[in-house]
Design a protein around this ligand. Structure first.
Ligand code: FES
Length: 519
């Protein structure tokens, strides 16, 4: 039987569905702020909040609605446990810098507790143990090494023989005193507080250019701009190409989530396995009941084959563990990954003291983004941060990072050339809900027939650096395999780094053929 019939037609994040929509204005005239912050996700909103507490006037510039990007599609674990990381960090950077990472993330958890209490924010915050488990005896060593590394850094870590699910496990590392929350219930009140303290938030205002004169300024698509003493780029993927070579040092991965209801009560705790494909779980109170979030799978953006398959794989995993009664939510997300597994947070480029960046949280964006906000606040206000060295965007590449640089950039070149050379069918028969890459007047184009039968044809050349886009059947978007830009089937930008929409293809006889052949 086709399992997809149990999945909602459209992806919907529980976090977004369970909170009110925001309605901040667009930026339509020039203004000046002390700090302009590009990006209204968890990093941008937290940075803005912290800076307003310092008495600075901030302006947050968000391309869509705030908190609807990766922050609105997260698993929302507040952990310093980021899969198996500390043994690697000590090996790559030494104990002192690994300790900076551990402290930054542990402090982020404590900060959420503090603010939720002080501001009386009901955000379903609860203390939970976090587990990384392995199902392979040969990977037990990795668990043991992680426990040793975590203990060396002062983290309360211990070995667990099993986890409370009916699946074979060879061992697990448990971190005590971690937490989970509802990220939008926590962050929306902070956004209000930013305004209460004189800050400004602008939505539907896509930053397209950073100008660096005497003072930096950020221009949005309609030409209006914010001039500021400092600019923070917290736009997920940095939108400026020219400095820092971020497009060669970041790759973009997608992952998938199901929100299920099950017959069994969830036993508490947050779980992730140590191997690929990843499997991650937590629960979420919802009215009188609970949702169980089953998360995992991964592929580089634009490089999945049939993206709906990833949801099916998660359904199979959920069926192994629970008696699934309903799947009211499904959603997917994408994350910026750095070459050495540590985010890039600090000065955008060494010789540019007024522009800052926070990116590359590697799927651990809740605590890492909060840590980034504190780091940038400290750099702006005090000139230094206790976590500055480990997160420094211009840090020296380690051996592993250099290897990864070669692999990731070879992959981009392969995608760029492969996309240009791929043979194109001129067969344009399309079912409703189906898309296909076709040749139109000698050019590659993407055609999609919507549920009403209307056909939408776009030029599939990415407006960032020219790679050819691929269809994402799960999200109904055209996705770029090079740096992860995504576009609606009508060509609008969903995620950057691209700033400009795709060209639509009109007035060709093929469009007419696609539109009329089957009706
Ligand atoms: Fe860079 Fe598409 S995102 S070429």
């Amino acid at each position: 039987m086709d399992k997809r019939i149990y999945l909602a037609e459209k992806p919907t994040s529980y976090w977004i569905a369970s909170t009110p929509e925001t309605g901040y204005p667009s930026l339509d005239q020039d203004l000046h702020a002390d700090v302009a912050i590009v990006g209204g996700g968890i990093a941008g909103i937290t940075t803005a909040y912290l800076l307003t507490l310092e008495g600075l006037r901030v302006a947050v510039i968000e391309a869509d609605r705030i908190l609807r990007g990766t922050t609105g599609h997260t698993t929302a674990k507040l952990t310093s446990q980021h899969a198996l990381i500390y043994d690697k960090l000590i090996g790559r950077f030494g104990k002192d810098l690994a300790l900076q990472y551990a402290n930054a993330n542990e402090s982020a958890i404590r900060w959420v507790w503090k603010i939720a209490k002080e501001q009386n924010i009901d955000c379903d915050l609860s203390e939970q143990d976090a587990y990384v488990y392995t199902q392979k005896e040969e990977n037990r060593d990795g668990i043991d090494r992680e426990i040793e590394a975590a203990l060396e850094l002062g983290i309360k870590a211990e070995f667990a023989e099993r986890i409370p699910f009916d699946i074979p496990v060879a061992g697990a590392v448990r971190f005590k005193n971690q937490a989970q929350f509802h990220p939008l219930k926590f962050l929306l009140p902070l956004a209000k507080e930013i305004e209460n303290r004189g800050g400004r938030i602008f939505e539907n205002s896509r930053a397209v250019e950073l100008e660096e004169k005497e003072k930096p300024s950020v221009a949005v698509q309609n030409g209006a701009k914010v001039t500021a003493d400092r600019v923070v780029v917290a736009s997920h993927y940095p939108f400026i190409n020219k400095e820092g070579l971020y497009f060669a040092r970041i790759y973009v991965d997608r992952s998938y989530a199901l929100g299920i209801r099950a017959k069994e009560k969830y036993p508490g705790g947050m779980y992730i396995n140590a191997e690929d494909p990843s499997r991650s779980m937590r629960s979420q109170p919802d009215g009188d009941g609970e949702l169980i979030l089953v998360v995992g799978e991964k592929h580089k953006t634009g490089q999945g084959v049939d993206t709906m398959l990833h949801y099916e794989n998660l359904m199979d995993f959920a069926d192994e563990i629970f008696t699934v009664e309903d799947i009211p939510y499904r959603w997917s997300t994408q994350d910026c990954m750095t070459l050495d597994g540590v985010p890039y947070v600090g000065r955008y480029a060494k010789d540019n003291p007024d522009v800052y960046v926070a990116t590359g949280y590697g799927k651990w964006g809740m605590t890492n983004a909060i840590a980034s906000a504190h780091l940038i606040r400290d750099l702006i206000v005090k000139g230094e941060s206790p976590y500055g060295e480990i997160y420094d965007p211009s840090r020296m590449a380690t051996g592993a990072a250099i290897g990864n640089f070669v692999v990731q950039n070879a992959n981009v070149v392969g995608q760029l050339l492969g996309g240009k050379l791929a043979p194109l069918p001129d067969d344009v028969e399309l079912e409703k809900g189906e898309a296909r890459v076709v040749e139109i007047d000698g050019h590659r184009a993407g055609a999609y027939r919507d549920r009403d039968g209307a056909v939408h044809v776009v030029d599939t050349t990415c407006t960032h650096l020219g790679c050819e886009l691929n269809w994402n059947s799960a999200e109904k978007t055209w996705d770029c395999p090079c740096h992860g830009s995504r576009f609606t089937y009508e060509g609008e930008v969903v995620e950057g780094p691209a700033n400009n929409p795709l060209n639509s293809v009109k007035n060709t006889n093929i469009v007419e053929r696609v539109a009329t052949d089957q009706f």
